[in-house]
Design a protein around this ligand. Structure first.
Ligand SMILES: O=C(O)c1cc(C(=O)O)oc(=O)c1
Length: 309
């Protein structure tokens, strides 16, 4: 049995989260969360850049029920590399309440892709954050994108705002729906109308296949306040950025907890208070329903969705 030692300074997920004051709409989807191991059952990948604490499917499902979500989209965490077994196991044992986003290599066979589909996988993740992964050649990624397009899947991309100009041509050549993790990680200490965030808005405006997760204020915030100790107005500096995206692109946004919050250095948020962040960025019931129910259902459970994907 492998015995993994956590990366020094690792912050474990918050236990005993508060009950959100914001009541999630019926059928709400936590569209970005992860499982970590448990390491002795699903070992972390040798090429990983961090070693987390365990965060099991049972713990994820308990959080889902506590917060009031109906479903999860479990995104392959980089600490598991391209071994999707922990995520797949979570999807398969969720009773249809979880779908997944995988990491795959060019060497994956069509049969393996079909097996992932049967398990509930509906997308692949391409990661460009250098502290998390080694570089994968673009031709390999394009080849994968072409293959998963045939399954009706989409591509999830994770990158930092400063890298968008250099990645623009590649991103805009992707043939599928493209979902950006955490709004492309804007530097929220820069002006919302400055060139960096405007480029991101232009990316979404000019490409109707591009969606964004308006998640991770706890990662993006510079001035807080933190979602701890009952704080109802957490991460105020992130609100204008996320709200701009929700209001301009209400049909192409998703929200997720990002539990168990890999690699946070400063604090671990109370996930109940993170849910209370949602009405600050999606202030009307209609925006909340689109963000939390209609959009994720259209992308991950199209067969149950009342709208076409
Ligand atoms: O910013 C991060 O460290 C981070 C890492 C991962 C992962 O390791 O998969 O996923 C995320 O959504 C965010």
């Amino acid at each position: 049995m492998p015995n993994f030692e956590k990366t020094p300074g690792w912050l474990d997920w918050y236990s005993g989260p508060s009950t959100p004051r914001f009541k999630l709409p019926a059928g709400a989807v936590d569209a970005h969360c992860h499982v970590f191991g448990p390491g002795n059952e699903f070992p972390f990948a040798p090429e990983r850049k961090y070693t987390p604490c365990d965060a099991s499917k049972q713990q994820l499902f308990a959080l889902r029920d506590h917060l009031g979500f109906a479903r999860n989209v479990i995104v392959q965490a980089t600490c598991h590399g391209a071994d999707n077994s922990a995520m797949v196991d979570a999807c398969q044992t969720s009773g249809g309440k979880a779908r997944g986003v995988a990491t795959v290599k060019r060497s994956i066979s069509d049969e393996e892709l079909q097996a992932l589909h049967a398990a509930g996988v509906r997308g692949v993740r391409f990661n460009f954050v250098k502290r998390l992964v080694d570089f994968t050649p673009k031709d390999e990624l394009l080849e994968i994108a072409g293959r998963i397009q045939k399954l009706g899947w989409h591509v999830v991309i994770y990158f930092e705002a400063v890298d968008l100009p250099e990645l623009w041509d590649f991103f805009t050549s992707l043939p599928t729906t493209v979902v950006v993790d955490h709004m492309g990680r804007p530097d929220v200490s820069k002006p919302i109308d400055g060139p960096e965030f405007q480029l991101f808005l232009k990316f979404m405006r000019e490409h109707e296949n591009v969606w964004s997760k308006v998640s991770c204020p706890e990662r993006l915030s510079v001035t807080g306040p933190k979602a701890l100790d009952g704080e109802q107005n957490a991460y105020r500096d992130v609100v204008p950025f996320a709200r701009r995206v929700v209001e301009e692109f209400p049909d192409r946004v998703l929200w997720g907890t990002d539990w168990p919050h890999p690699n946070l250095k400063d604090h671990m948020p109370d996930d109940g208070l993170l849910v209370d962040f949602i009405p600050h960025i999606a202030p009307t019931e209609e925006l909340q329903r689109k963000l939390l129910v209609d959009n994720p259902m259209r992308l991950y459970w199209p067969e149950e969705s009342s709208q076409e994907a």
